[in-house]
Every structure is written in structure tokens, then in C-alpha cells.
Design a protein around this ligand. Sequence first.
Ligand code: ZN
Length: 447
Amino acid sequence: MKLYLDPGHGGSDPGALGNGLEEKDIVLDIALKIRSILLNDYENVEVKMSRTSDSTVSLSQRTNEANSWGADYFLSIHCNAFNGSAQGYEDYIHSSLSNSSTTAYYQDIIHSEVIEVNQLRDRGQKQANFHVLRETTMPALLTENGFIDNSHDAALMKDPAWRQRVAQGHVNGLAEAFTLKRKPEENSGAVYKVIAGSFKVKENADERSTYLETKGIESFVNTVIVSSETWYRVQAGAFSSRENAEKRLAEVNNAGIYDAYIATDDTNINQVETNVYSILGETLLSPELMNEYVKTINSDAIELGQYYLTFGAYYGIRGDIAFAQAMHETDFLRFTGVVDSSQNNFCGLGATGPDNPGASFATPEEGVLAHIQHLFAYATTQPLPEKYELVDPRFDLVSRGSASTWTQLNGKWAVPGDNYGQSILNLYERMIEAAIEKLNSVMGNIE
Ligand SMILES: [Zn+2]
């Protein structure tokens, strides 16, 4: 698949301005991040960019180059500006196209993937007669990633982790639309991570990451739990060869960061996390205890405990913690968020906002099955066992095996979701405490 990637504006044309930012810089950074994720993670993709630095390129230069290169897809990255109060994300295909066109189909996919991670208001999928959409001979999409003159959106644009997420959202959409193939993991999965600092306070980690960005080193903040303490690690690359990791470490040192190190102790760290917070594992609470707990808060709650036990046991998922997740997502089955009770969608699958309340399932049983299948997708790279049909509509969108613990769902199942996993586990602990209290009172009666 040949992608022509077009960061808007550049050089003498700054694009939209606001809050001390210039559109040309933001969109270049997002586009470079898109390219690096695509080339690192996928094998059947080629990327050509209209510019890779702050250079002036005309609109017809861009479309001519894409056409003569024979690109399969043209993706143009922009930010918006209006009156300071408008905010949000929208994307455009050419105004001559029908909703059943291939271009509209790609727009559907990429739109939903980007909006899932970008924390911006969803302004919808639109059409316009823009030069780059009109003069390209291949399907083309132009994304407007927030309003640079709006303080909410601009604050996000300033955050390199946000730009990384926006890039990842575009990549997720491209990967799905063009069925890109993931690269096999080299070296039997041994990974050398360059950790450019490890902090107890998230702000300090963010600050370090921003600093590295100014030195041209990309990084993101990873939350890890070591001996039940939360640490924020600034990860500046992960490599399958130690040599490459050491090269990056030298770059980080050259940038003036001397507390950086190469982490190869992931197995140990994961072990600690696994024991305490693993998604895979046995269900400890009985269905009755789960149902009783939710009824102490919402007496009208329907009984889902048995489904969480049955499907949890079949897929090897902690059904009781999944149940706690459902209570967290549905406000104890009171459905006070965007998902309605009639959807039987207990974990917010595909729900991104009032305009997009997400998936619906025929029965509560099927809704729980989809929830457990979605957790299975995150927790392991194993193929889905065959007893039940796949009912999770988003199973294939999950980066398989990317979260083995509940806290690793932060920023994935929920965005930004800094405390998403912790909230679930806190709720679960309250369920356990209630169960112990109940047990104690029963024991008291026996005595
Ligand atoms: Zn623009």
C-alpha cells in the first residue's frame, strides 16, 4: 500500500495560528509520527511525504507528486481555526463523492479510529471542494485535528503525547482500511526499552517527555506498577536489538539526561503486575456476591454475575474484575452515560460520545460475552477459542496482547483514562471487602 502523507502548509505558509502555535508545526509533527509508526509496525506500506521539514510546497506540487508516484491513498493532516470558541475534530472527502464510495468508506473507518483517541469534540465527517481532494487521482482524506485558536484544543496540541495518540489513531484507521500487516516480532520478543527517567509524579514525567521532544527525541509516558507502587516511565524507544537501544541511550545522554537506562527487566515487572492485577486468571467471587453487591447501590440492577463467571471461566478472564469494570462503565447498571440500558453494552464498546453511543447486543448474555471477548483480545495474542461465535464488533481493532493488566488498559480502553484501571480495581476491592464482611457475619452466626 502506497500512502502519500501530506502535512499541510509549511515554510512561508504557517497555516492557522493561535495560542502561540502554528499549524504547520503541529501537523508536521503528527505526520512524522504517523510515518514512523507505520514503518516501524507494518510491513506492507510505503510512505512518501509532501514535506518532512518546514519547507514551502505548493498545493499542485503535492497532488502532482502523489499522482505521478501512483499513491493508493492521499492523507492530508491539518488543524483548524475559526473564532476561538469553535473546537473539535472533523475530516473531509471531496464534495462530488457519494456515501457508498470507497473514499467515504475509508473516511468512516479513519474517522472513528481518530475520534476514539483524540479527546476532541466530534464535528463529523464532511465534504469539501479542496484542491488536494479534487486534484488527486486516488482516494483522499483531509483531517482537521482540532482548532488551534481554541484554548482547549491548543492545550492538547502542545502535548507531544496527544500528537502521538492522534498519529496512532490515524495509523489504526489506515491499518484497518487497507488491512496492513503487522511486522512479526523479532528476537523472540526480547525488547530493550530506553527509559529516559522514571518518576512518581506524572507531571515530572510529562515535563521530561516534552523536554526530549525539543531535542528531537520522541518518547511517551508509560505507567507501570512495581510492588504496588505506580511509576511513570518516560520511554524513548523500544528496540529488538541491544545495540540500537544503546545508540538511543547515547542520544538521550547527549540531550543532558543522565538518569536514563535500558530496561530488560520487563518480565519481572510484568510478573509483579500479573500477580496483583492480571486480566487473565480465575474468578474469585461467586455470581451471587457480584449481584448482591451491585444491588446494595442500585436495587433495580439486572443480574449479570452468572454470565461473567461462565464466560470469564471459559476465556480464562477474571470475570469478577470484568464485572467491576462493567459497574464502573455503567454506573452500577444505572446507565447515566451515553450508553442506554437497552443496548446491553456493559463496557462502552465503541461508545465515544452522545452522537456515537456504540455497539448494541441482543441480550444481556451476549453483551457480557462481547465484553469478555474484548478483554481477551487485550490480554493475550492467542486465537479466540471457538465455542462461542465472535460477537465483539471491535475485537479485530485491538492491538492483540497489548494489555495484560487492568492498569495497562489506561489510555487504551479509556482515553486519556489515566486512572481507568485503578478505578476498576478500587471498585473490585470494595466488592471483596463487602464479600468478606458478609462472610464474617455468616461465621458469626455459626459461632
Ligand atoms: Zn490547514
